[in-house]
Design a protein around this ligand. Structure first.
Ligand SMILES: [Zn+2]
Length: 161
């Protein structure tokens, strides 16, 4: 979705014409129950022409696909006894069983929880996403860098304005 009604909120070069309440109203157009099903939320800024036309090599999709297939296999193996197939489906009890945080990851999450005033729901969400990032890395326990990445991808209902 666009960041606001006029589409320029957050843009570095073009001013946004919306008032804070208009921006808030725009974001409330997405229903809570729908947003609850979305675990990852990333803000993407406008792409410049020079970036589109640059010849720098990105990682090929086939390589990324391999990593994703491997991570999905790990999740299926872990969760099939519970008739589940991916991390997003874990309830709180499974989360506690399968998402072991390294001490540094635990303290980073605690710190983020306090500083960013996260809800219990976003806490579970961050851990689930971190579990997936750790699976993509082929790591058994969740490390601080996995938590750090998951925090950046968090999905909060309240848009900070
Ligand atoms: Zn705007």
């Amino acid at each position: 979705m666009n960041p606001c009604r006029c589409g320029w909120y957050g843009d570095k070069e073009h001013p946004c014409e919306c008032t804070p309440s208009e921006i808030k109203k725009y974001h409330q157009r997405i229903s809570g129950p729908l947003l609850d099903r979305i675990d990852i939320n990333v803000r993407i800024s406008r792409v410049k022409y020079e970036e589109l036309s640059s010849k720098s090599k990105a990682e090929p999709s086939a390589v990324i696909r391999k990593r994703v297939v491997a991570a999905r296999a790990i999740q299926l193996k872990r969760l099939s006894p519970y008739h589940l197939f991916c991390n997003a489906q874990m309830n709180h009890a499974l989360l506690q069983r399968f998402c072991i945080l390294e001490p540094k990851a635990q303290s980073l999450l605690e710190q983020a929880f306090r500083n960013m005033h996260l809800s219990a729901r976003s806490y579970d969400r961050i851990i689930k996403v971190a579990r997936t990032i750790a699976d993509l890395a082929g790591t058994e326990n969740i490390e601080a860098l996995h938590i750090a990445e998951a925090i950046q991808l968090r999905n909060d209902k309240d848009y900070e304005i």
